[in-house]
Design a protein around this ligand. Structure first.
Ligand code: C2E
Ligand code: MG
Ligand code: MG
Ligand code: MG
Length: 283
């Protein structure tokens, strides 16, 4: 019986693996075409100050429609990483986000835009130079660019990434640790890292207000290290209330707004400045 089951399974897995390999190949060739045709888009999700509700910035998130359907970045970014296509995609994201931040600053007022940086991009020896060139090319003040790097990526090889992070910081770019709390941070390293922001991972925000231990700990740690905190994935009024009370600096999530197309985000920037509801930049 075991043998028969094993036989069945073998057939099942083989077909499954073939399907997956096909899906993967289709994704890969689609990505190559998309890179060549620049057929990606950025959407922008606002962040607000928890205490006042003022607009503090946006996170740029990539979108890709392939064969008429939206493909989640959670699915295609790993493929882009494996194939090295992330280098070109990442450069496009950086250019587009800087172009947008500059235009908003000129037309409405200065609003920081955060960009996600993947492992392979950060490991690229030319990354800091690329960021510098892109800022120059678009006339973007460095303090309007924030780079989000996940905790796992930074901590996996801190010593290797440290020179790049220091160079980026020296440019005046802000650095955020994304998905904080999901990885394994060495507290000793965290103290030495040139970072400005800890983004509390959505999974811990999701636990609020019932299981607040991790969120509390991250906020206390950030306060101790003079870092600012952003809560990701805020979906309910209860979460928002808890985070504001606990002293979390900024909030991001569907409760505040879904990620917006560039035009809708710009309208939000315009309104915020018109009503004096954008946070004055200190840098
Ligand atoms: P992330 O950087 O942690 O981005 C936050 C993700 O949470 C986004 O998903 C956002 O749309 C989603 N989100 C925001 N608020 C809520 C909420 O209240 N509830 C829920 N359930 N989700 C919320 P998205 O856009 O699908 O991106 C997924 C991940 O893909 C990102 O996680 C980031 O790691 C990666 N990614 C996105 N854009 C880029 C990019 O331009 N470059 C790179 N390297 N990675 C990117
Ligand atoms: Mg992010
Ligand atoms: Mg995140
Ligand atoms: Mg996250």
């Amino acid at each position: 019986a075991a043998k028969a089951a094993g036989g069945d399974r073998f057939v099942f897995y083989t077909r499954d693996m073939t399907d997956r390999a096909e899906t993967r190949l289709r994704l890969e060739s689609g990505l190559r075409e998309a890179v060549a045709a620049r057929s990606f888009e950025l959407v922008y999700q606002p962040k607000i100050e928890a205490a006042s509700g003022r607009l503090t910035g946006f996170e740029a998130l990539i979108r890709w429609r392939h064969d008429g359907a939206a493909v989640s970045p959670a699915d295609f970014i790993p493929v882009a990483e494996d194939t090295g296509l992330i280098i070109e995609i990442g450069r496009w994201v950086l250019e587009e986000a800087c172009r947008t931040a500059t235009r908003w600053a000129l037309d409405h007022g200065p609003v920081p835009v955060a960009v996600n940086v993947s492992a392979r991009q950060l490991a690229d020896p030319g990354f800091a130079r690329l960021v510098e060139q892109v800022l120059q090319r678009h006339g973007t003040p460095a303090h309007l660019l924030e780079l989000e790097i996940t905790e796992t990526v930074i901590m996996k090889d801190v010593r290797h990434h440290l020179p790049t992070l220091n160079r980026l910081r020296a440019l005046g770019v802000r650095i955020a640790i994304d998905d904080f709390g999901t990885g394994y941070s060495s507290l000793a390293y965290l103290r030495q890292l040139p970072v400005d922001v800890l983004k509390i991972d959505r999974s811990f925000v999701n636990d609020l207000p019932h299981a607040p231990d991790i969120a509390s700990t991250v906020i206390a740690l950030a306060q101790r290290l003079l870092l600012s905190t952003v809560a990701e994935g805020v979906e309910t009024a209860e979460q928002r209330h808890w985070l504001a009370e606990a002293g979390c600096d900024c909030l991001q999530g569907y409760l505040i707004s879904r990620p917006l197309a560039a035009e809708a985000a710009e309208a939000m920037v315009m309104t915020a400045f018109a009503r004096n509801e954008a946070l004055a930049l200190t840098a």
